[in-house]
Write a protein that binds this ligand. Structure first.
Ligand code: CUA
Length: 346
């Protein structure tokens, strides 16, 4: 909250991360709570400052009687009672409203979703990127074509709701290393991803578009660049995307791509990255099976274009100092080949 207030105060908040333009019920509820708290606090400020200014003027020192002391008052029971009960009541109301907000924001993922078509995704926080495991859409278990889990990274694709069919996005939050926090201001509030603990959050929107978010819990060197994007698609486009994601990686269609794939497969890349349909089965880094379906790399830091991708493959430390991927010390030609191959993973 402190950070968003600061952004608000300086007017620097990009509109796509503003808590003031929610498009999802939890974000809506949080904005309501924010306005209520600000309104009550503004009321308190007015009353306190009003009494203070009145007293300053009414009881100011006057030149007419410089020697006499004003009447000395040693307490007043009615006033004591008033200024004890009023704040207690205000706190009590805030507690009730907070419970109501919590109830709306933290939904039980197993509650009745009659007529709805929930999408369930497990989100795993890593230093410094997001892993998404697609679990279930409506009643259908989501698996890749070869039966493996369907895993992607950093850009969360979800379907939009429609008037007839609600499509709540139910997220299970876990961490692979340290504490992170999932925060997409226009969709839902912050929820921590804590090692050894499972948290949940959710959102739901009928407005397709890309919503930006950010890790909101300090998690090390590149915390500030642990960005995330939520792409809300129409249900049809989401289906298309999902069907494509299910497929194994495209096989190389020419000798150069085959050479690129072979460089990739004989380098340490495969220890950390998975490309379904090949021998690359690493799970430590992002799944690259359909890398080109993502608009950005390095957890939303830079565009997924040939130049940035080449720089990344050459030396990730130049783009994202401190990140856990080392430079592979490939030759210029090998870098070109690997980039060519990665560019074919549509
Ligand atoms: Cu992850 Cu901060």
């Amino acid at each position: 909250m402190g950070c968003s207030l600061l952004l608000f105060a300086t007017g620097a908040a990009p509109s796509n991360t503003s808590i003031f333009s929610p498009v999802s019920p939890p974000a809506d509820t949080i904005r309501e709570l924010f306005f209520l708290v600000v309104a009550v606090c503004a009321g308190i400020l007015l009353v306190v400052e009003g009494v203070l200014i009145y007293s300053l003027l009414r009881f100011r020192r006057r030149p007419t009687d410089p020697t006499t002391e004003p009447p000395q008052v040693y307490g007043s029971t009615p006033i004591e009672i008033a200024w004890t009960t009023a704040p207690a009541l205000i706190v009590f109301v805030f507690v009730l409203v907070l419970f109501r907000t919590e109830f709306k924001v933290r939904v039980d993922p197993e509650r009745d979703l009659a007529g709805g078509q929930p999408l369930r995704v497990t989100v795993i926080g890593h230093q410094w990127w997001w892993e998404y495991v697609y679990e279930k859409y409506g009643d259908d278990e989501i698996r890749a074509a070869d039966g493996q889990p369907l895993v992607t990274a950093n850009e969360l694709r979800v379907p939009a709701s429609e008037s007839g069919v609600k499509r709540p996005i139910l997220l299970t939050l876990k961490s692979a290393d340290v504490a992170h926090s999932f925060w997409v201001p226009r969709l839902t509030g912050k929820t921590d991803l804590i090692p050894g603990k499972v948290n949940t959050t959710w959102f739901q929107t009928d407005r397709p578009g890309t919503y930006l978010g950010q890790c909101a819990e300090y998690c090390g060197t590149q915390h500030a660049n642990m960005l995330l994007r939520v792409v809300v698609d129409s249900p049809d486009r989401f289906r298309q995307w999902l069907d494509n994601e299910r497929k194994p990686a495209a096989a190389p269609s020419n000798p150069e791509l085959t050479e690129g794939r072979d460089v990739f497969l004989r380098t340490a890349c495969v220890n950390c990255h998975r490309v379904r349909g090949t021998l690359a089965k690493g799970t430590f880094g992002p799944d690259l099976t359909h890398l080109m379906a993502r608009k950005t790399i390095a957890s939303g830091m830079v565009d997924n274009d040939p130049k940035e991708l080449r720089q990344w493959v050459d030396d990730p430390q130049k783009t994202k100092p401190g990140c856990l991927m080392p430079a592979m010390k490939l030759s210029e030609r090998e870098i070109d080949l690997v980039v060519l191959y990665l560019r074919s993973l549509k």
